[in-house]
Design a binder for this molecule. Structure first.
Ligand SMILES: Cc1cc2nc3c(=O)[nH]c(=O)nc-3n(C[C@H](O)[C@H](O)[C@H](O)COP(=O)(O)OP(=O)(O)OC[C@H]3O[C@@H](n4cnc5c(N)ncnc54)[C@H](O)[C@@H]3O)c2cc1C
Length: 314
């Protein structure tokens, strides 16, 4: 376990923002996680110290001041095929899982082409894109309770997946996703890789991947929350994600915020639901832009934007 200030969280975020972690534990088995948690608990003076579970760091805004608790990174790397099912560790990247599925002629994850992060993070937030969602092919999730050290096995229904949400997100910091079983269907390697590649190319063309970022800051807005007159007036397009939504990027653009900068952070002109770190942005710069976007969209459309990212800076 690493002690004070040794670990800079900006090195564990695709945003490249974040101060030091009080303690940091990377562990590659359930047993080493439990040992590390017990050791950490013995060493801390306050029961109120927090735990944060870290995946690939592609959806987190850390605070510049850092994190005053334990950052725990489960690095479980199981990757096994059993018929049309794949058992995979939470620490495996979604990209590696997708490649493994393709190598084994198993289809169902092509929507995830270009989705950054780990399997643990994808299950936690029921990540989705191009009409697909993580929940579509999850059949079982093994997790560990960080307080009781009890292992839980849940089927898909018990994971209570919904739009960018799951029981793990609701129990944040309490449960660590360890291993996931995906049930896939037989397919053709070339076809699987081609579909995934199309999604990767779509992202490369439309997302500001040239600057550090953490993906879309806000969830898309349910279409029913905006009146049909306003939708018509602004020519807003409704897309399926997986239910009818108005892209938040469009609302932020209509509010006139495309390219707005604060310190080193900027609302991406290319994709206004992304904030990009153009020049050593601080978490305060990003929080400021988040507040401006919420306010402007609320004034113009009467819609309260909901954050999709994990914001530890507010
Ligand atoms: C360029 C770009 C594009 C993106 N596009 C999309 C997209 O199309 N769709 C989409 O849904 N998201 C998208 N994202 C956001 C992000 O990639 C996903 O949310 C991803 O699933 C997060 O995974 P991660 O491993 O990086 O999680 P992290 O960012 O490390 O963590 C996110 C949350 O998951 C929790 N978590 C992580 N691992 C575990 C675990 N093992 N057990 C319990 N909790 C855990 C963390 O505590 C945290 O609360 C994008 C991000 C970027 C940078």
């Amino acid at each position: 376990m690493s002690g004070n200030s040794e670990i800079e969280l900006k090195n564990f975020s695709s945003f490249k923002i974040g101060g030091p972690a009080d303690n940091f534990l990377a562990a590659d088995s359930p047993e080493s996680i439990v040992t590390g948690l017990k050791k950490w608990r013995r060493g801390i003076w306050s029961r109120r110290k927090k735990i944060f579970i870290l995946g690939g760091g592609t959806n987190i805004l850390w605070d510049d001041k850092g994190f005053g608790g334990l950052v725990l990174k489960p690095e479980i790397t199981t990757l096994e095929r059993d018929g049309a099912a794949i058992k995979v560790g939470a620490g495996v990247s979604v990209a590696d899982l997708l490649n493994f599925a393709a190598e084994n002629n198993l289809s169902g994850l092509e929507w995830a082409g270009g989705l950054p992060g780990t399997v643990g993070g994808a299950v936690f937030g029921n990540a989705g894109a191009f009409g697909g969602e993580t929940k579509d092919s999850v059949s079982e999730v093994l997790s560990l309770d960080t307080r009781t050290y009890v292992l839980n096995k849940r089927n898909r229904g018990e994971c209570e997946f919904s739009y960018r949400n799951s029981v793990f997100r609701r129990n944040r910091s309490r449960e660590i996703v360890l291993e996931v079983v995906f049930s896939l269907i037989p397919g053709e390697k070339e076809e699987i890789l081609n579909k995934a590649l199309k999604n990767i190319e779509y992202r490369q063309a439309r997302q500001p991947l040239e600057h550090p970022n953490i993906g879309s800051i806000f969830k898309n807005v349910q279409a029913e929350r905006i009146s049909p007159e306003v939708v018509k007036l602004y020519g807003l397009n409704v897309k399926t994600d997986p239910f009818p939504v108005i892209p938040t990027a469009r609302l932020i653009a209509e509010a006139g915020l495309r390219g707005l900068s604060l310190g080193g952070a900027m609302i991406s002109p290319k994709h206004p639901n992304f904030i990009v770190n153009v020049l050593n942005a601080s978490s305060r710069d990003v929080s400021g832009l988040i507040a401006v976007a919420k306010d402007a969209v609320n004034r113009k459309f009467g819609v309260r934007l909901e954050e999709e990212i994990l914001n530890l800076a507010s």
